[in-house]
Design a protein around this ligand. Structure first.
Ligand code: SF4
Length: 120
């Protein structure tokens, strides 16, 4: 099965840029809105495509809030996770190497802790 990504989806697969101040960071936060790179959209989560496991940046202060919100299907965290699961499902069919590279970067850069809820 061939899945074609839109140009917006392709653009979103740019590498995350966190080692220096990102040029897209404005006074009100990220200026890219819905077109921000996949790795930025995924944060504070990371995804290991081999283990099919989500992780969380253990240094992010939202860890406790995010994980407790997952008990509520209508919460921001649940909506974020569902959106990421859908994006990842698509990428797993077309760009596993990209997902692996993205996770390798996240694993090197962040202090990851496994998220107890696994992808559907
Ligand atoms: S979220 Fe936006 S501002 Fe932050 S690193 Fe990603 S692209 Fe840059």
């Amino acid at each position: 099965m061939v899945v074609n990504l839109t140009s917006s989806e392709r653009r979103s697969m740019q590498p995350i840029c966190i080692e220096t101040r990102c040029g897209h960071l404005g006074d009100q936060g990220c200026t890219l809105g819905k077109t921000k790179p996949f790795g930025c959209d995924l944060y504070p989560l990371a995804y290991d495509p081999d283990a099919r496991q989500f992780h969380f940046d253990g240094e992010c202060p939202l860890l406790e809030t995010y994980t407790s919100q997952l008990a509520d299907a209508g919460s921001d965290a649940s909506r974020h996770l569902a959106r990421m699961q859908a994006a990842i499902k698509k990428l797993e069919r077309t760009d596993t190497d990209y997902l692996r590279a993205n996770f390798e970067f996240d694993r090197d850069y962040f202090d990851l802790v496994p998220l107890s809820r696994t992808p559907d």
